[in-house]
Design a protein around this ligand. Structure first.
Ligand code: IMP
Ligand code: MG
Length: 184
């Protein structure tokens, strides 16, 4: 991996700077608040990648929400999907009868979301939708569609703003990419 000076993230090129991310999340917050007006959606953040996005998103809501987290591991120490999803932290409260909004960091092949849709819809939520900060639409291998998308991005492996490479770089305030490294 051409990671260069990985400790500071300085060798990674910026794809989306923090100002652009903040502006888009403000818009998403307004749009979701309008759509769920009169209801209290139950947000399920997918750990760990979505935690920073979710924290910023809820602060841009003008409606009440409840939150929970589901911990999953879909990748090992690489940039290639293993295709396997392991639950590392289960939900704390029932989602039955709730308007559930899954909060994801990124849709890549779509397999994780497809798996989540199956698992969560079995618990009979009143509705089930997805907001994802990033969407690599060209990489989908299964027919999934997010209801709210922060940014469509090209086929590059990205880190920062919660997203990791081998558990590193989550703290970076921007979304950056590893030059020359495709996701496959
Ligand atoms: P999918 O199952 O292929 O859609 O992968 C979704 C999950 O893979 C995300 O929740 C991320 O944790 C991880 N992932 C996919 N692409 C990237 C990337 O470019 N950077 C960091 N993590 C990624
Ligand atoms: Mg990850």
């Amino acid at each position: 991996m051409p990671m260069g000076d990985t400790s500071a993230g300085s060798s990674l090129d910026v794809l989306l700077d923090s100002g652009k991310i903040a502006a888009r999340i403000r818009e998403l917050g307004e749009e979701i608040s309008r759509d769920y007006h009169g209801r209290t959606p139950h947000l399920v953040g997918i750990l760990k990648g979505a935690w920073i996005f979710m924290a910023d998103l809820v602060r841009n809501f003008s409606i009440d929400v409840t939150v929970d987290f589901l911990g999953i591991q879909s990748y090992g120490a690489g940039t290639t999907s293993s295709g396997e999803v392991k639950i590392t932290k289960d939900l704390d409260v029932s989602i039955a009868g709730r308007h559930v909004l899954i909060v994801e960091d990124i849709l890549d092949t779509g397999r994780t979301y497809q798996y989540l849709q199956g698992v969560l819809s079995a618990h009979q939520p009143k509705s089930l939708k997805l907001v994802t900060l990033l969407d690599k639409t060209s990489r989908h291998t299964v027919p999934v569609k997010a209801d709210y998308i922060g940014f469509q991005i090209p086929d590059v492996f990205v880190v920062g703003y919660g997203l990791d490479y081998d558990q590193k770089f989550r703290r970076l305030p921007d979304v950056r990419y590893l030059r020359g490294v495709a996701s496959v």
